[in-house]
Write a protein that binds this ligand. Structure first.
Ligand code: RIB
Ligand code: CA
Length: 356
């Protein structure tokens, strides 16, 4: 496995989310990570409408005692396409069966796009961008300031699929399918940068190997010293709620149960593809993975293929590569790392209002 060429000092991050179950897991993982320094979390419509994404994001940060981190509201709708959301996948509120305590603070006064522009101007060359939702905010920010890509240390994107079926249409992945125009503008804008600044793209090809199972939830609960043992079973009644003594474990379990039931309904098994935490670990450089450079573009016109990401691996288009596509990793190593970090974090978090 090639080791990532990301810095091993704490990564200062701008995280753009459509919180969602796995976005929430990614935030939890980053908050649990001493090598992550979150400058801001920016919200976009995707899994659920942006106001719900914002409420979920504020709630996760407050539950973890991190109301110091800026949360900004972004795009209500994609650049061109009508808004598409997916409550059937992530639940009516976007976090499965979890009922997160509502946050007590409001989001930032500036928009997500303004935050992208201003943060990268204030900290040129220092910030790693992590996008785990549609790329609408980043595309709007680049329209405001085309020099933005050069000011980012690195960009990590969860999105696309290449030699792998789509999860939204037969050939398109959700984050790109929601806003294909934004994805194309972002890939175009990151063309012509030095190799070291090429976006690292985490496609379904790899993120659908990051299968979270009930045993991983049980191990997190055990590491958190939560009681009783957290045992999710496919034989449980649908919608059974967790009784975990640890609040983070309870919400994580309730959100993942919904996601696992969804994957089972799709005949994928009682499991959850946790795309976003994997991309977060890539952004921190805490796991090993392989990549391959390619020129990525997005189909916008195809009657059947709109939203499809295409990788030119061999330079057939005569254009320089504009992405390093993740082609492989070791899922078991990821989960060992993820479970240890999140479990310890949940154990040590002294929540202000819970029978922790
Ligand atoms: O296709 C998976 C991606 O779409 C994940 O980021 C999930 O949260 C949804 O946004
Ligand atoms: Ca997401």
């Amino acid at each position: 496995m090639g080791s990532p060429d990301l810095p091993n000092t704490p990564a200062r991050l701008v995280v753009d989310v459509d919180t969602g179950i796995d976005d929430a897991l990614a935030l939890l993982y980053l908050l649990a990570s001493p090598d992550a320094d979150i400058a801001a979390v920016l919200c976009t419509a995707g899994n659920v409408p942006v106001d719900q994404v914002t409420a979920n994001t504020l709630a996760v940060l407050e539950m973890c005692g991190r109301s110091d981190i800026e949360v900004a509201v972004g795009a209500q709708v994609p650049l061109v396409a009508p808004l598409m959301t997916t409550e059937d996948t992530h639940g009516p509120l976007g976090v499965g069966y979890a009922e997160l305590p509502p946050a007590s603070r409001a989001p930032s006064a500036r928009s997500a796009a303004e935050a992208w522009v201003e943060l990268t101007r204030t900290h040129p060359g220092e910030l790693t961008g992590l996008v785990t939702g549609p790329m609408t905010n980043l595309a709007l920010a680049i329209r405001m300031d085309p020099d933005l890509p050069r000011r980012l240390r690195r960009l990590v994107i969860m999105g696309g699929c290449f030699n792998h079926p789509g999860n939204t249409t037969p050939t398109s992945e959700w984050n790109v399918a929601v806003d294909p125009e934004a994805a194309r503008e972002v890939f175009d804008a990151f063309s012509g940068l030095p190799d070291s600044q090429r976006p690292i793209v985490c496609p379904l090809d790899v993120t659908e190997t990051i299968e979270m199972h009930a045993v991983h939830v049980a191990r997190i609960a055990e590491a958190a010293e939560s009681l009783p043992a957290e045992v999710l079973s496919p034989d449980d009644p649908r919608g059974l709620r967790s009784r975990a003594s640890n609040m983070v474990v309870r919400h994580l379990s309730d959100s993942l149960r919904f996601y696992m039931e969804f994957h089972r309904d799709q005949n994928l098994g009682f499991l959850a593809h946790v795309h976003d935490p994997f991309a977060a670990a890539v952004a921190l450089g805490t796991i090993q993975y392989t990549t391959k450079p390619a020129t990525v573009d997005v189909e916008l016109e195809g009657r059947l293929t709109r939203g499809t990401t295409i990788a030119d691996w061999a330079g057939m288009w005569g254009r320089e590569p504009n992405a390093d596509i993740v082609t492989g990793t070791r899922p078991e190593a990821f989960f060992e790392h993820f479970v240890a970090r999140v479990g310890a974090f949940a154990r040590n978090l002294k929540l202000p209002f819970s029978n922790n």
